[in-house]
Design a protein around this ligand. Sequence first.
Ligand SMILES: N[C@@H](CCC(=O)N[C@@H](CS)C(=O)NCC(=O)O)C(=O)O
Length: 215
Amino acid sequence: MALTLYTYYRSSAAYRVRIALNLKGVSAEHRAIHLVKDGGQQKSEAYTRINPNRTVPALDLGDGARPLVQSLAIIEYLDETIPEPRLLPGDAAMRARIRAAAQVIACDIHPVNNSRVGAYLKEKLGHSQDEVIAWMNHWMETGLAAFQALLPPGGRYCFGGTLTLADLCLVPQMYNLNRWGGSTKGLDRLVTINEACLALPAFDAARPEKQPDAE
Ligand SMILES: N[C@@H](CCC(=O)N[C@@H](CS)C(=O)NCC(=O)O)C(=O)O
């Protein structure tokens, strides 16, 4: 079946799924949803039918059913249907630890920094762009410190020598941290893991600047 990924080059949630597709060796047609142009194409009627939450990513499986939404759910779907390489390896406790680290990023850091949150802070609550950037960097820096503290010691990647869902969440979040000028002070391990991941073709090809819709 032909897959279609609804994506935006700068979306860190879509970036997670792009890495997963690359690691699993699955190709998907990319359909760009520009989060800024036209007042935000994610808010269009057509896209709201695809993802009522008006966010990217969404993955249409080409089976005529509702596309999959929520990056972690999409990645787990890919992991269950294309088992190698396993992104949630190990026993139940190990998988719970990997999911917990991933969720620090996907459920705690990312939602309070989403572009619609920034827009609300500015447009409705009267904050300046500098205040919004300070807000985002605060949540990224403190959240990433917690993420780092959850990792077992040693290993090339977040959970040892094997890539996991946690790495797929970390790399896009480090991209956001760098994009907004956040500090990596005290995050040395994450900086090293990020570099190790980005040296891999699957991560490299998923970088925002390498996407067809990059500006
Ligand atoms: N929890 C969702 C988050 C998706 C999400 O918020 N995506 C952002 C881009 S990274 C978005 O589409 N934002 C649109 C907006 O803020 O209006 C997931 O993991 O898929």
